[in-house]
Design a protein around this ligand. Structure first.
Ligand SMILES: *[C@@H]1O[C@H](CO)[C@@H](O)[C@H](O)[C@H]1NC(C)=O
Ligand SMILES: *[C@@H]1O[C@H](CO)[C@@H](O)[C@H](O)[C@H]1NC(C)=O
Ligand SMILES: *[C@@H]1O[C@H](CO)[C@@H](O)[C@H](O)[C@H]1NC(C)=O
Ligand SMILES: *[C@@H]1O[C@H](CO)[C@@H](O)[C@H](O)[C@H]1NC(C)=O
Length: 475
């Protein structure tokens, strides 16, 4: 049996890690030995900082409210973290199928349309279509179009943005641009549309129109999630599968206008069981975009710190909690019938912030009492992560079990991804023959190259790192 830990990785890629790890160990020992000193100095420091009123300025970047973090992402994070753990079925024993060989890897990048309002108010800091690098990703998913009257709907503002991005194909003829439909918390439109053949047919006609008329290369369906509320329509899951089947038939019928069909899918096994007929989906989709992030997020059901996208579980995690990681989810999809080369593994360029109950208890699974102050609703983009670390001179901890960093200062605690963690995760994708990586999102990466300390001013440093690893290029 192959163990990903055994696969050799060029030494240089670990160099940074060894030092990070040492600093973590050092810190833990320091906390144990000098607990009293820390408690005393913490309170002294807090009182000092509170008194002179610089606490917020020191700790938190000023984002002036213009950050493009979509508010609706919160719906997925909450749903992932709000389940009744006692009612989750025992997850299946995973049995491996032989992995197919993959020649090339996909790099599917989501781009969230900016809003017209945010651009009018202050467009600096917002990723505009013309600032996307045409050669960075193999696929760009434009997020999101809605479903209105059983048809795809894009307002004129989004349509203009979409046209600019489709224009990037002139710079990179291999680039595929897909229109992503739905989005987190957007049950809207899907239940009615899948309900009967006539509605589905209307929808498929509108796909044809967008493909032919605007030259989209395909569509990505992001329904979060079919059968979510164990809904009124008892056959919602079946109807969704039927939709995929009918779209596949339509693609087969097309001669000149064939298009790609992908689905953005849930990672937690309990949602997979509720929402998808995996082995049927495997027949109809070109690939799936596995939303393997938001595994841990503050909710009142999960009031403790945790990692956004751990590659593996933390050793002391048991039962359902041990399944909340990239490795488990990706294998779960595979075992349920999705070909490995059709599984595109999601990697986030954003992180989550938490507010610690006790700043001295600040590891993974430490009690938390809310979202952190950084970011919006506990979501932080990479620029804010970078700002927070640099401004406060924080030495992050790198958890070697999950291949993920976290950082803390006072009661602020953040989980995020950077070049090193994404190196491990992209190596994992490659070494295990999955189909590629999906990035959520270009907007939350450092698209202006402002995070100079880590990436020397490179634009999209995180997405670039994933690309470099998948392409087997030198760092
Ligand atoms: C658990 O699994 C059993 C057997 O597979 C099934 O009958 C039952 O509906 C499942 N329960 C839930 C809550 O999914
Ligand atoms: C626009 O936003 C940038 C950073 O996002 C900020 O530095 C600048 O002051 C803002 N300009 C105005 C007019 O608010
Ligand atoms: C949807 O249908 C309603 C009722 O027929 C109509 O008023 C509305 O304009 C339609 N919306 C779109 C975007 O076509
Ligand atoms: C990855 O997942 C598989 C399937 O659940 C499991 O057998 C394997 O031990 C996991 N790898 C690690 C390093 O946890």
């Amino acid at each position: 049996m192959s163990n990903t830990n055994d696969i050799p990785v060029p030494q240089a890629r670990y160099a940074l890690l060894q030092s990070d790890r040492k600093s973590c160990l050092f810190r833990n020992r320091f906390i144990l030995v000098g607990l009293l000193v820390i408690v005393v100095s913490f309170f002294t420091l807090s009182v000092y900082i509170a008194t002179i009123g610089i606490y917020d300025q020191v700790l938190f970047p000023k984002t002036n409210g213009k950050k493009d973090l979509p508010k609706h992402w919160i719906n997925r994070a909450i749903f992932y973290n709000s389940i009744d753990y006692n009612n989750v079925n025992k997850t299946e024993e995973l049995i491996y199928k032989k992995a197919p060989n993959v020649e090339t890897f996909k790099l599917v990048c989501y781009y969230s349309f900016p809003t017209e309002k945010s651009i009018k108010e202050n467009s600096s800091g917002i990723l505009l279509p013309e600032n996307i690098d045409a050669n960075l990703c193999t696929h760009i998913n434009l997020a999101f179009a809605d479903i209105v009257n059983n048809s795809i709907y894009l307002d004129t503002f989004k349509l203009d943005a979409a046209k600019s991005i489709i224009n990037l194909k002139k710079e990179n003829k291999n680039l595929k641009v897909l229109l992503s439909i739905g989005g987190a918390g957007s049950g809207k439109g899907f239940p009615e549309m899948v309900l009967n053949h006539a509605n589905r047919k209307t929808f498929i006609k509108s796909i044809d129109f967008y493909v032919k008329h605007y030259k989209f290369d395909g569509i990505d369906l992001d329904w979060e999630f079919p059968n979510r509320q164990l809904s009124k329509d008892k056959k919602e899951k079946v109807h969704f599968t039927q939709l995929l089947h009918e779209i596949r038939n339509e693609i087969n019928r097309q001669e000149k206008h064939k298009f790609l069909l992908s689905v953005a899918v849930a990672a937690p096994s309990f949602i997979v069981d509720i929402s998808y007929d995996v082995s049927y989906m495997n027949e109809y989709v070109d690939y799936i975009n596995l939303m393997s992030y938001d595994f841990h997020f503050y909710t009142k059901f999960t009031p403790f710190t945790g990692l956004n996208a751990p590659l593996y579980s933390v050793p002391n995690q048991i039962g359902y909690f041990a399944t909340l990681n990239i490795n488990y989810s990706a294998n779960y999809w595979h075992v349920k019938g999705m070909d490995k080369n059709k599984i595109i593994i999601g990697l986030p360029t954003y992180g989550h912030s938490f507010k610690l109950l006790n700043p001295n208890n600040n590891g993974i699974d430490a009690p938390a009492k809310g979202y952190g102050t950084l970011g919006k609703n506990g979501f932080i983009d990479y620029n804010d992560v970078c700002w927070f670390l640099n401004k406060n001179q924080i030495k992050p901890c790198f958890d070697m079990e999950t291949k993920s960093p976290y950082a803390t200062k006072y009661s602020e605690w953040i989980s995020y991804d950077e070049q090193t963690s994404l190196t491990f995760k992209a190596e994992y994708i490659k070494n295990n023959n999955f189909g590629g990586a999906m990035i959520l999102s270009l907007n939350t990466d450092d698209h202006q190259g402002l995070c100079k300390s880590d990436s020397k001013g490179v634009r999209f440093p995180l997405t670039n790192r994933v690309r470099t690893i998948l392409n087997d290029q030198q760092l």
